[in-house]
Design a protein around this ligand. Sequence first.
Ligand SMILES: [Zn+2]
Ligand SMILES: [Zn+2]
Length: 254
Amino acid sequence: MTSQLQVTVVGCSGSVPGPDGPASCYLVEAEGFRALLDLGNGALGALQRHCSFGDVDAVLLSHLHPDHCMDVLSLYVARTYDTSGGYPSIPIYGPEGTGAHLASAYGRAEHPGLSGCFDFRNWSAGAHHIGPLMVTVAKVAHPVPTWAMRVEHGGRALVYSADTGPSAALVDLARDAQLALFESSFEEGRDDTAPGALHLTGRQAGEHAREAGVDRLVVTHLPPWNDKAVSLAAATAAFGGPVELAASGTTYDV
Ligand SMILES: [Zn+2]
Ligand SMILES: [Zn+2]
């Protein structure tokens, strides 16, 4: 058990699972408590390299695009039908309508939906005490309701951008955090005509991290069609501090 705040990248492929790992999922641990930030396609498989699906205490969903929430259905199947069984209901935080959305994806009516296994709770702006973690959420710039998350424990903070275009709310949320996991889906030049409230480029991720004054930047949510070196170079030039590419399996002591 670790008392220090840790985060493990379970999956970080942008928009779809990639050849080197699943879509978005980050395992946050402190004092033996385990929370997943997002649970995108394919992530339940890779998660089992780090803990059992029975060890998950809470799931915190940023938004309801498939690459961020679809493996909640796999977690439901695993926790319901695992013959070693007896798993308690766990909370799932998400945008309004998360329970109904996932019930529909599973082919169920909203009631009973996936209740019994999960207790769905709606995000509201501000701070939420979840186990030993303080989780502060803020709405960011994406076509569907999307919450970026700041997770704090023991005086340390990590901030996960979720999916977002340029966002002053993200800069405010990330102020002075030790670790920023910021998405960098777009490339300068290639995606310049895309809508603004969608994704960040590597340069924009670096600028947001610099403005927020974070210690360390990890660029993430790179789709398989990106050249990772381009995203990393753009973020590094804009941030002016240490930048890494997220990789499935990497653990950070925050
Ligand atoms: Zn995404
Ligand atoms: Zn999205």
